[in-house]
Design a protein around this ligand. Structure first.
Ligand code: FES
Ligand code: FES
Length: 162
């Protein structure tokens, strides 16, 4: 069986790109290995841990379950892009202040998943926050500090105190 590759055009963190990708390359491998965007991590490689979470056309997806070739024409955003635009600066600060990260392996995916909830507005319940991040595994923190940080940012964004 011969290797097959395809030319795709896509936008990554606001930059238009034309790339040749192997048909079997996952989105997260493409981001890390071809574009050197190593903030998206690879953990389980089968859709369980959430370390590879990125945003495609506004929705969070598992970068290990999507092929790069499927992103032809798509708008892809990674932790690097969200950091550069300042979209999640308050979340990043809250995670740091509340010790919501230790080794940091889960953190990029956790931040994208949290922002996916918070951008809907309002102050979600702690239970809703826990459900939202239930697909993002953290081996270090025990999750409480992460929920605290997300809740604090939700309150701050809605002007209801932090
Ligand atoms: S590496 Fe994609 S969900 Fe674990
Ligand atoms: S901070 Fe280490 S896995 Fe979450």
């Amino acid at each position: 069986m011969s290797e097959r590759s395809f030319d795709i055009t896509l936008t990554v963190n606001g930059e238009e790109l034309r790339e040749r990708v192997d048909a079997r390359s996952t989105l997260v491998d493409f981001l890390r290995e071809t574009l050197s965007l190593t903030g998206s991590h690879v953990g389980c490689e089968h859709g369980v841990c959430g370390a590879c979470t990125v945003r495609v056309d506004g929705a969070i997806v598992r970068g290990c379950l999507m092929l790069a070739v499927q992103c032809d024409g798509a708008k892809v955003e990674t932790i690097e892009g969200l950091s550069d635009t300042g979209e999640i600066a308050d979340l990043q600060q809250a995670f740091a202040e509340r010790n919501a990260l230790q080794c940091g392996f889960c953190t990029p995916g956790m931040l994208l998943t949290a922002q996916d909830l918070l951008k809907a507005g309002g102050v979600p319940s702690r239970e809703t926050i826990r459900v939202q991040i239930s697909g993002n595994y953290c081996r270090c923190t025990g999750y409480h500090a992460i929920v605290d940080a997300i809740e604090a940012v939700a309150r701050a964004r809605t002007g209801r105190g932090g």
